[in-house]
Design a protein around this ligand. Sequence first.
Ligand code: GDR
Length: 344
Amino acid sequence: MPRALITGITGQDGRYLAEFLLSQDYEVFGLVRGQHNPKRAVLEQELPDVQLLTGDLADLSSLITALHTALPHEVYNLGAISYVAYSFVNARHTSEITGLGVLNVLEAIRLAAGPGRPEIRFYQASSSEMFGKAQCVPQDERTPFWPRSPYGVAKAYGHHLTVNYREAYGLHASSGILFNHESPRRGHEFVTRKITAAVARIALGLQDTLTLGNLDARRDWGYAGDYVEAMWLMLQAEEPDDYVIATGETHSVREFLDAAFARIGVTDWSPRVRTDPALLRPAEVDLLIGDASRAHERLGWYPRVGFTELVERMVDADLALATVEADRLATPAGTPARPVGAAR
Ligand code: GDR
């Protein structure tokens, strides 16, 4: 039975990847950080087949121990401080986790190698944020990096390091340059989920308005469930490489708003959306659109969920959550929604 270790297992991608690998009959281990991490209990309940190990990307010895315990054939490094805006106010912490954390995982893998030990294949979660002030359109694996945030800089460091360990030590190390990928499991700090959660709450009268930053930014948004399969395909390839993973379509935040509000039957969302300069970033990434030709040709990977379907899935999931919230608010405190034993 193949074994995989995932860092960042509590995040959106970690969850989708763990589910996918379990469906492929893997034994899955996940690295969880912290003394009292509430996400751990959620994972234990929802994915009981995943074996959780305690460790931290900032702590090399914890990574060596995790590899010793899991004896993985594949390591997926998805752990990171991943919120770009946060990286401007916590630049050092971001550099240590998102950047130097990659070095720690690669070193742990290098040290674990030896005669008679199984080869460990490595996946690094690189990001389209490395392109930043993009030097050409669309962006592919040969596009130069010009990161625009401490997060993008840290990801570029991790990316170069992955290439270097491949070349220096012959490691089967691949880097997936993933463009934005979303789902109903996306954190509320990211613009897509912030919008779909708000749109659902507005539809149910739980919220009046939504405040955003730059509405003109353009992103290539795909579905996270599709993207984790590309990660796995990279590690099944005979040769390691770098791959852009993207849909090849770009949309502005405004267009995302159009699609999300359309799902609840609203065409003019302007009275509902405010903008606040405080939400603008010190340096912005204006336009991202990826060319995933290499992944199409060499991995046979294609995205399945398109932009409108993605937005609709997210709004629908948030409508279900907002309905629960509305029901709870409509019920007087301490009273069950339906009196126990009441006739149906
Ligand atoms: P991004 O995602 O920075 O592209 O990185 P995010 O959803 O945070 O921002 C996308 C664009 O929307 C604009 N924007 C806002 N963003 C947020 N979060 N909140 C707002 O209120 C808002 N208003 C406008 C932003 O300025 C930006 O232009 C994501 C992360 O998942 C990274 O970890 C990952 O590497 C890349 O995608 C690929």
